[in-house]
Write a protein that binds this ligand. Structure first.
Ligand code: 6R9
Length: 636
C-alpha cells in the first residue's frame, strides 16, 4: 500500500517541480490540449503584483459554453450532463443530456437577448437548486452577459445590496422554492428587495412551486412561455480571454460584500483541470457536489469544471435531513454516485445521527470523497472515512476560496497519502508561502505562518467589482509580491499544509499563538461533544483568554456540566497543552452560522467579550434566532 502511494507521490513531485519551474509552459500545454479556442493566445501570462493586474492567455478568443457543451455533442450527446434530484424523493429525478442542455441553454440565451440583455450586462440569478439555475448561468455565458448568482437563502436586503453593487439589469428568480418540508416565497423576497433597486428592468420568473404570486406589469414575466417561443440555436458570443465571466459576492471581515470578478479563459482552464485531477474523474462516473450554485464551490465544481470535462454532475434541490437523515446516502445509492463532495459541517451534522441512516444504503459505488469550506476536524474525518468511504475511498480535503476560483491545496487520490486535518500539498502550478508578521517568508518545514501564494495562477479573481483599490488593499498589500489568503497554515515535517483557520481567528494567549481550529478538534474528540467554537476574549493577565461554545450530542445532555468542563479541558491539555485550556465553557444548542455553514466567530467573539452593543447585521445568518440564546446564557 505505502509503496504504491510513494511511487505516485514521486510522480506528483516531478509534475509539481516542472509546473513551478516554468508555469507558463505548463499551463500553455494544458490549455492547448484540452480546450477549444477560436483564436490562440498571444501571451500566456503577464502580471504585475503592484497594480495589481493579472492576464492569462491574453489575445485568445473562446466561449466557455462551447467548451462545456457543444464540443461534447458529437461524442456524448446522449450522455447525462445534469442529473437533477428534486427536494421530494417522490418526484422523479431528471436526466438532462448534453443535447438537451445545448437546446435549453440556447433557448434561454435567446430569451435573454429578446429581453435586451447584451454582452457585458449583469444578470442577477436568484434561484433554488433547479436545472434553470445552471441553464441560466450557462445562457449568460453563451451571450457574454456577466452572471451574478446570489444564494437563494439570502434576505431581500442582502439581495438588493448585491444587485445594486453591480447594477444588474435583470433578475431571474422563481415563484418559490422547496426546502425540506417547507416552501420559501422567493418572488416575495425579490419584490421586497427590488423596492430598493432602480437598475433592474426585467424579472423572469420560473414556475417551481405553483404558488399564487403577483407579476408586476411591465417588469415581470413568466419564463416558460418565452422559452416555448425561443429557437434552440444560439451562436456563442466570441469572448476575449480576459472578459469577465461572472461576479460572485463573498463577505469580508468588515464592510460590504466583495464582488469578486472572474474572467473567462483562465477560470475555465483551472476549474476544468482541477476537477479532473482532484476527483480523478473517469468517463462513466457520476459526480455529486452537495454545495449550492450560489457559492463558488457550485460554480466551479457543479457547473463549469464538470461540464468542461463532459461529466455527469448531480444537482440536488433539497436538504440532508429531509425526509430523514439518510437522504444523501439514498441519493448515492440511487444514482450510483462515484465522487461525493460536501462540507465538514454536513458531515458533523450527519455524524451526530444514528448510523442506521447510513447502513440502510449501498454506498459501494463511491470512489472518492471530498470536503471543502472549513477545516475538517479529526473526528468528522474518521467518521466520513469509516462510515461513508468504508476505509476504501481517498478523502480529498480541498482548500481554496471564492477568490482563488479553484482548488489550491488538496491531496490527489492514489498519489498523496491523506492525513486527517491536512489539506496536504499544493496542486501543480500553485506556489504557497508562509509569511511571518514582519513580512518575511518562513522557509523550511515544521513552521507556521500566514498563507500566501507567490505566483499567479489562471483562475485568480482579477478585481473586486467597482473597487480595485479594495482588491489591492485586501489581497496584495499585506505582503509584497504575494497574494494574501487571510488564512493561517502550518507546514509539517514532510511539507504537508494544514490550514489553521482565518488568521483573525488566531488568539494570542500569554504570548502563545493558538489557532482555534486545533483546539476545536481536540474538544470534538470528546464523545459527548457534537460541535464547538473557540474565540478569544480580553484578559487582564494573559492578554487574551479562551472562551468555548460547545454543542452537546443528545447523549451528553444529561451529564453533569462541571464534570464535562473538566473533561474537555483535560482533553485540550492532552492534545495541545495546558496553555490552550479554556477559561469559560458555555453549552449551547446551536452556533450562529453563515448560509454556507461557516461559524460566525465575529459574533461569538463580541458576546464572549461582553460587547454586544454592535453585533452588526445578523439577518443574513442561517439561524439568526440563536444569537439571543447565546447572549442569554453567556458566562460572565
Ligand atoms: C471554497 C470556499 C474560503 C475560506 C478559506 C478558509 C476556509 C475552505 C478549507 C478551508 C480549511 C479547507 N476553507 N476550504 N479551511 N480547510 N479544506 O469555501 O470558499 O466560501 O470563499 O471560503 O474557507 O478559511 O479562506 P469561500
Amino acid at each position: 500500500m505505502s509503496n504504491y502511494h510513494i511511487k505516485h507521490l514521486e510522480e506528483y513531485f516531478q509534475v509539481y517541480r516542472k509546473s513551478v519551474r516554468n508555469p507558463e509552459s505548463y499551463w500553455e500545454e494544458i490549455a492547448e490540449e484540452h480546450f477549444m479556442w477560436h483564436k490562440r493566445w498571444d501571451n500566456v501570462l503577464s502580471y504585475d503584483f503592484d497594480k495589481p493586474e493579472f492576464k492569462w492567455f491574453e489575445g485568445a478568443k473562446l466561449n466557455i459554453t462551447e467548451n462545456c457543451i457543444d464540443r461534447h455533442l458529437r461524442t456524448r450527446g446522449d450522455k447525462t450532463a445534469i442529473l437533477f434530484e428534486p427536494n421530494d424523493p417522490k418526484e422523479k429525478a431528471v436526466h438532462i443530456t448534453y443535447n438537451e442542455l445545448h437546446d435549453r441553454v440556447c433557448k434561454m440565451a435567446n430569451v435573454l437577448k429578446s429581453q435586451g440583455i447584451k454582452k457585458g450586462d449583469r444578470v442577477c440569478i436568484y434561484l433554488p437548486m433547479i436545472p434553470e439555475l445552471a441553464v441560466s448561468v450557462l445562457a449568460c455565458a453563451r451571450i457574454g452577459a456577466i452572471h451574478s448568482v446570489v444564494f437563494a437563502g439570502f434576505s431581500s436586503t442582502a439581495l438588493a445590496t448585491r444587485i445594486n453593487d453591480s447594477d444588474c439589469k435583470m433578475v431571474i428568480t422563481s415563484d418559490g422554492s422547496f426546502r425540506g418540508s417547507k416552501t420559501i416565497d422567493l418572488k416575495g423576497i425579490v419584490d421586497e428587495g427590488l423596492k430598493k433597486c432602480d437598475c433592474v428592468e426585467h424579472v423572469l420568473v420560473v414556475k417551481r412551486i405553483n404558488s399564487d404570486i403577483k407579476l408586476q406589469e411591465g417588469r415581470d414575466k413568466w419564463l416558460q412561455p418565452l422559452l416555448d417561443n425561443a429557437e434552440a440555436f444560439c451562436d456563442p458570443e466570441i469572448m476575449d480571454a480576459e472578459d469577465p465571466l461572472f461576479i460572485l459576492y463573498t463577505s469580508g471581515s468588515t464592510g460590504t460584500p466583495k464582488g469578486m470578478v472572474h474572467t473567462t479563459a483562465g477560470y475555465m482552464v483551472y476549474s476544468a483541470f482541477t476537477f479532473k485531477n482532484v476527483f480523478q474523474y473517469r468517463e462513466d462516473d457520476v459526480y455529486w457536489c452537495t454545495a449550492d450554485i450560489g457559492w463558488i464551490t457550485g460554480h466551479s465544481y457543479i457547473v463549469y469544471g464538470p461540464l468542461a470535462n463532459g461529466a455527469t454532475t448531480v444537482m440536488f434541490e433539497g436538504v440532508p435531513s429531509y425526509p430523514d437523515y439518510g437522504r444523501f446516502w439514498e441519493i448515492v445509492e440511487k444514482h450510483k454516485v462515484t465522487q461525493f463532495y460536501t462540507a465538514p459541517t454536513a458531515i458533523r451534522a450527519l455524524g451526530k445521527e444514528k448510523l442506521e441512516y447510513v447502513e440502510k444504503y449501498d454506498l459501494s459505488s463511491l470512489k472518492v470523497l471530498g470536503t471543502v469550506g472549513e477545516p475538517i476536524n479529526e473526528e468528522a474525518w474518521h467518521w466520513y472515512d469509516e462510515n461513508i468511504g468504508k476505509r476504501n475511498c481517498p478523502i480529498v480535503d480541498t482548500w481554496w476560496q471564492t477568490e482563488t476560483g479553484g482548488i489550491m491545496i488538496s491531496p490527489i487520490p492514489y498519489s498523496t497519502p491523506a492525513i486527517p486535518t491536512f489539506a496536504t500539498l499544493p496542486l501543480p502550478g500553485i506556489q504557497p508561502a508562509l509569511m511571518d508578521e514582519e513580512g518575511k517568508e518562513i522557509k523550511g518545514n515544521q513552521v507556521d505562518g500566514r498563507l500566501c501564494i507567490k505566483f499567479p495562477w489562471p483562475s485568480m479573481a482579477r478585481t473586486i467589482w467597482g473597487n480595485h483599490q479594495r482588491y489591492k488593499d485586501t489581497y496584495f498589500s499585506a505582503f509584497k509580491n504575494m497574494y494574501f489568503t487571510g488564512d493561517g497554515a502550518l507546514r509539517d515535517s514532510v511539507g504537508y499544509y494544514r490550514i489553521t483557520g482565518r488568521v483573525d481567528d488566531v488568539v494570542i494567549v500569554s504570548g502563545h499563538n493558538l489557532g482555534t481550529a486545533p483546539i476545536e478538534d481536540a474538544i470534538n474528540e470528546h464523545p459527548a461533544v457534537a460541535e464547538s467554537a473557540i474565540v478569544g476574549y480580553p484578559h487582564d493577565v494573559k492578554g487574551n483568554a479562551l472562551y468555548g461554545y460547545v454543542i452537546l450530542k443528545e447523549t451528553g445532555e444529561s451529564r453533569n456540566q462541571d464534570n464535562l468542563r473538566k473533561e474537555i479541558n483535560q482533553l485540550i491539555s492532552d492534545r495541545i497543552g495546558p496553555i490552550a485550556k479554556l477559561d469559560k465553557i458555555q453549552f449551547t444548542s446551536g452556533l450562529p452560522k453563515t448560509r454556507s455553514g461557516k461559524i460566525m466567530r465575529r459574533i461569538l467573539r463580541k458576546i464572549a467579550s461582553n460587547d454586544t452593543s454592535n453585533l452588526g447585521d445578523t439577518s443574513t445568518l442561517l439561524n439568526p434566532e440563536i444569537v439571543q440564546e447565546v447572549m442569554d446564557n453567556v458566562i460572565k
